[in-house]
Design a protein around this ligand. Structure first.
Ligand SMILES: Nc1ncnc2c1ncn2[C@@H]1O[C@H](COP(=O)(O)OP(=O)(O)O)[C@@H](O)[C@H]1O
Ligand SMILES: [Mg+2]
Length: 252
């Protein structure tokens, strides 16, 4: 279980995370939604120990993340950040290898190689395995980063806006993959999404943030209501039902 208790982050006088208490881990797929600046990436940063809380506590499977050994944390938790500014010239295979670092410390065992190959295959990246990252399309590169996270083979996976740069087909494929990682591999995935229809279709639970606070936390079907979404995003959202499924319309 990932648990935050009254987690707070301030920059100067601005509070960007305001006493957030929440747990993740019971549901297979949780979507984290909310407008730009709501604090979603800050929340992930705190769980992944990139950001130190000013108050409150964050633990993963009972381990206080501020005190945990980074290698121990990296064996149970993987975080794909929103902006992957990798400047080194790496191939897909090099990148996916990084995912094994918490296990191998740089010396790959047969088991590590097996994880790497399976992750590459899972993301259908075999044709690109020897390509440099700057020779890929945005979507292929995004899949390579997800393969790296998958190779890390952690129980918890946090993905910050993994659908960025993806076309319609690849967005759907990544969401199906996330669903399979949860249902088939037993992973606990928390994923930041902007498209609430993807969130509603593929997640078990939706957590909505706004101005550094959790403003809604419920099964997807309960969040897919006009008044709830209007409050989260402060804009007109209409929810219709098509073939029994809620679909949010925000093209006004
Ligand atoms: N290093 C920083 N210094 C000052 N303000 C920051 C810093 N990082 C994030 N913020 C602010 O914190 C708020 C939350 O940011 P973030 O967690 O990235 O939001 P989200 O991911 O939901 O879009 C934003 O208003 C952002 O400008
Ligand atoms: Mg963000």
């Amino acid at each position: 279980m990932i648990s935050l208790h009254k987690a707070t982050k301030r920059y100067n006088s601005t509070t960007v995370l305001d006493g957030v208490s929440i747990s993740f881990g019971d549901e297979g797929v949780t979507a984290l939604i909310g407008p730009n600046g709501a604090g979603k990436s800050t929340l992930f940063g705190m769980i992944g120990r990139l950001i130190t809380p000013d108050a409150g506590t964050v633990s993963v499977d009972g381990m206080d993340v501020t005190k945990a050994h980074s290698r121990n944390l990296a064996r149970i938790l993987a975080v794909l950040r929103q902006d992957n500014h990798i400047t080194a010239r790496l191939t897909v295979r090099d990148l996916v290898e990084f995912g094994r670092f918490p296990h191998s410390q740089g010396r790959l065992t047969l088991d590590d190689r097996d994880h790497i190959e399976r992750a590459i295959a899972y993301l259908e990246l075999q044709p690109f395995r020897d390509r440099f990252l700057d020779e890929l399309s945005g979507g292929q590169r995004q899949r390579a980063f997800i393969a790296m996270v998958l190779a890390q083979d952690t129980k918890y996976i946090l993905l910050d806006e993994p659908l960025n740069n993806l076309d319609l087909r690849h967005m759907t494929e990544i969401m199906k993959l996330i669903r399979r990682m949860a249902d088939g591999l037993g992973k606990r995935v928390v994923v930041v999404l902007h498209d609430i229809n993807f969130a509603a279709t593929y997640s078990d639970r939706i957590v909505a943030m706004r101005q550094g606070r959790i403003v809604a936390d419920a099964p997807a079907s309960d969040i897919m209501r006009g008044p709830v979404l209007r409050e989260v995003y402060d804009t007109d959202v209409d929810v219709r039902h098509i073939d029994g499924r809620p679909v949010a319309l925000y093209y006004t």
